[in-house]
Design a protein around this ligand. Structure first.
Ligand code: NAD
Length: 496
């Protein structure tokens, strides 16, 4: 088995500790990943400190050219990257390609950095005084990413951070480390000066060393809510800029006037795609009215039983394996909890043949009907192929239910009534909303983020918010008095 090394100053760096990386489709280890220490983090910081000052002074248009080349290299090697993602994560190849394309969007957006950093200018802001604001890089920034999007989530962060003039240290999930290294090699090939992008693998020790390092000025985190909260608090205590995106429980509301066939068809993909291991996965369908619920459950059940499941590296499948054995067991436990709490288990993914015949971490799709708000399957993020159906009487009941949930990442409504869709979008306390769009993941020129326990911090990820997050504003005022002018002391506060 080969080792996946750290990537520092444009070269592979071995480590002392290591961890097996598994192929979820076979349950076999495929390689080992080295785990970093405070020393490894310091080494990456030293490399960044050497490289960042010259990069800060490199014209944004030149920095954008590296991103243009990086984009074409990502496209050239897309199949190789997706094969690594699928092998270590378990998701199907087509889905891996989808995430990579959404990641590449962010590289394209970063190519616009000369425009995005233009700043603001006021001629004669005061008497013969001009004032302008510009956005300067922070220096060294870090990103910590989850297992479920090994390509896309890191690409939410570092293309824009680097294009803005920073150095970036990435700590990817130790469960899926290889795509990050492959992309680091491509950035090198694209001509990024060495030291500006490092990958340090590891666990909590590495993350805390990054947050605590005085040279690391800002931290972007994406992962589960308990860790997001801890990362936010630790960084904020040290006065750092932190954005920490957490977990989710995304509701889809189905109104009685919705096209039920279309709603069911799109919900199937949104609930079970990537085995439900998406922060924007729909995990609760809130049906308004009994006949809406009966119709939706019937349609989803029929399809959920027939999903094509298998190794993600095979073509034409709907769903691959879950990421690891422990996580699959956790999802299995939740299905049992839902049943015991009184939910109706309409489709039981635990009975899928692959669960017993394969050594991979497979689980079929499950559908739980008549779920109520106090059940753990409703309260908690399960992060697996389990869809809960909650029955309510009105749209207002649905809005109140969602607003009372601690998570607020994504949501959607299926309706043919424009007024209902507009009212829902306006009143709902969730950061990303779809109207007949089940996975309302914003494109790269908007920003991504949830509300409530789904995000700690002020700014969302990628898009315009990323420019704000990875730079700090400087307001400069100037005047040039004529040589002959006599200046007198002014003791009152200056005004225009
Ligand atoms: P996780 O929180 O376990 O791990 C995320 C990262 O934090 C990894 O790099 C991991 O090594 C590190 N980490 C784990 N425990 C830590 C600790 N105690 N201290 C410091 N660092 C630690 O999350 P995961 O299981 O990899 O990913 C799944 C979770 O991520 C789900 O909750 C999902 O909803 C969430 N997620 C959220 C978004 C979003 O945009 N809101 C996107 C993707 C995933």
């Amino acid at each position: 088995m080969t080792d996946v090394h750290h990537w520092i100053a444009g070269t592979n760096v071995p480590g002392e500790r290591s961890l097996d990386v598994f192929n979820p489709a076979t349950g076999e280890p495929v390689r080992r990943v080295v785990l970093g220490t405070g020393e490894t983090v310091q080494r990456a910081i030293e490399a960044a400190r050497l490289a960042q000052p010259a990069w800060r002074d490199t014209p944004p248009a030149k920095r954008a050219q590296v991103m243009y080349r990086f984009k074409t290299l990502l496209e050239r090697d897309a199949d190789e990257i997706c094969a690594l993602v699928s092998e270590e994560h378990g998701k199907v190849l087509e889905d891996a390609m989808g995430e990579l394309k959404r990641g590449i969007e962010n590289v394209e957006y970063a190519c616009a950095v000369p425009e995005l950093l233009k700043g603001e200018y006021s001629h004669n802001a005061g008497p013969a005084i001009d004032t302008w604001s510009n956005h300067q890089p922070l220096g060294i920034v870090a990103g910590i990413t989850p297992f479920n999007f090994p390509a896309m989530v890191p690409l939410w962060m570092y293309p824009m951070a680097i294009a803005c003039g920073n150095a970036f240290i990435l700590k990817p999930s130790e469960q899926v480390p290889s795509a990050a290294i492959k992309m680091a090699e491509l950035l090198d090939e694209a001509g990024l000066p060495k030291g500006l992008f490092s990958v340090v693998h590891g666990d909590r020790e590495t993350v805390e060393a990054l947050i605590d390092a005085p040279d690391v000025k800002a931290v972007s985190f994406v992962g589960s809510t308990p860790v997001a909260r801890a990362v936010y608090e630790r960084g904020a205590q040290q006065g750092k800029r932190v954005q920490a995106l957490g977990g989710a429980k995304n509701h889809a509301v189905v109104l009685p006037d919705a096209d039920l066939d279309n709603a069911a068809n799109t919900l199937i993909g949104a609930a079970y795609g990537s085995a439900g291991e998406r922060c924007m996965a729909i995990s609760v369908a809130v049906c308004v009215g009994e006949s809406t619920a009966d119709g939706l459950v019937e349609r989803i059940a029929a399809q959920a039983r027939d999903l094509k499941i298998g190794p993600g590296t095979e073509r034409g499948l709907d769903m691959g394996a879950l990421v690891n054995a422990g996580h699959r067991q956790r999802v299995v436990d939740y299905i049992g909890q839902g049943q015991r709490a009184g939910a109706e288990l309409v489709v039981d993914g635990r009975t899928h043949p692959l669960v017993t015949t394969s050594h991979g971490y497979f689980l079929g799709a499950s559908l739980l009907d008549r779920v109520t708000p106090e059940m753990s399957v409703y309260q908690d993020e399960i992060f697996g192929p389990v869809l809960c159906v909650v029955r309510v009487e009105t749209l207002d009941d649905a809005i109140a239910l969602i607003n009372a949930h601690p998570y607020g990442n994504g949501t959607c409504v299926f309706t043919r009534d424009g007024e209902a869709g507009r009212r829902f979008a306006d009143a709902i306390e969730v950061g990303m909303v779809g109207i007949n769009v089940p996975l309302p993941v914003p494109v790269a020129f908007h920003s991504f983020g949830g509300w409530k326990s789904s995000l700690f911090g002020d700014l969302h990820a990628y898009g315009p918010d990323a420019v704000r997050f990875y730079t700090r504003r400087k307001a400069i005022s100037q005047r040039w008095p004529r040589q002959a002018t006599k200046e007198s002391a002014e003791f009152s506060f200056p005004s225009s």
